[in-house]
Design a protein around this ligand. Sequence first.
Ligand SMILES: [Zn+2]
Ligand SMILES: [Zn+2]
Ligand SMILES: [Zn+2]
Length: 344
Amino acid sequence: MAWVKLFKKPVSDIGKSYQPGSMVSLALTKGLLNEPGQNSCFLNSAVQVLWQLDIFRRSLRQLPGHFCLGDACIFCALKSIFTQFQHSRERALPSDNLRHALAETFKDERRFQLGLMDDAAECFENILERIHLHIVSDIGMETCTSKSCITHQKFAMTLYEQSVCRSCGASSDPLPFTELVHYVSTTALCQQVECVLEKSERLRPDTFGELLQAASTTGDLRNCPSNCGQSIRIRRVLMNCPDIVTIGFVWDTEQSDLTEDVIRSLGPHLSLCELFWRVADENGRRTELLLVGMICYSSRHYCAFAHHTKTSRWVFFDDATVKEVGVRQSGGEVVPFRNRRAYP
Ligand SMILES: [Zn+2]
Ligand SMILES: [Zn+2]
Ligand SMILES: [Zn+2]
């Protein structure tokens, strides 16, 4: 499964992080090694995006302790890479310890095993889930409200879904759930793009959130809960205001001809109100999110793009290779999507 993934965080937090000395400087941006046969690009891309997320990096640093699993401790291995990102003089670092911890942790599931290629989105999601377990091992993923759990405090979208019949007014019981990554089918997204283009000549960049919502709800029709005969759409309500929202694009085929269309639909800004039918949290309703990171998959290889806070530049990570990319716009904004040629 090939996919592209977006990480968003509130503009207000970006503003806050522009204090001198509080950001990683580009000198601290390092590559991660991927020796022949290791196939660690999926992990390296996930780690680079996590490191570049200012909120995540700082929160992890401030955590006082964790339930340690010794040699197989994903938490320790990730923290160790972060420490080396900060203090090492090497331009590229090994990610082997984290790779080993991941392989050891998931050996029963036969996922993320040494030498084998795996899925970067699921790797990213699993690292976050493991961090939750290392911080609050006795609380379930769905019910975690611990203030010290970075995973849930910063990344989790607390949602419920419900279908309400327009014809008879009946509503289904609300179904609560939590998401760390909001997955959207690229086929459904491109169908929405086509619908818009039938009515107007071009896509407005601010319709990205609406396209995503339509793509994740259209076609998902349920019968009316009181069986009046109507087919009704599912509605998803966001209860909280996450700092970081992660969108995972699901591709139906390895070789997709939808890539151009998907890239065209992307917008650098996203409002939570567009992404969900309703946002219950007042901050969530006002929050506008800014694209700060992407993991891309092409030709059986993962690479990542991340927005570098201090320089306001996009940085491209391809294992040991790190490059600054992007076109600086007159407003000081960098549009990463202009740099499609940077894709491997
Ligand atoms: Zn540990
Ligand atoms: Zn948690
Ligand atoms: Zn009905």
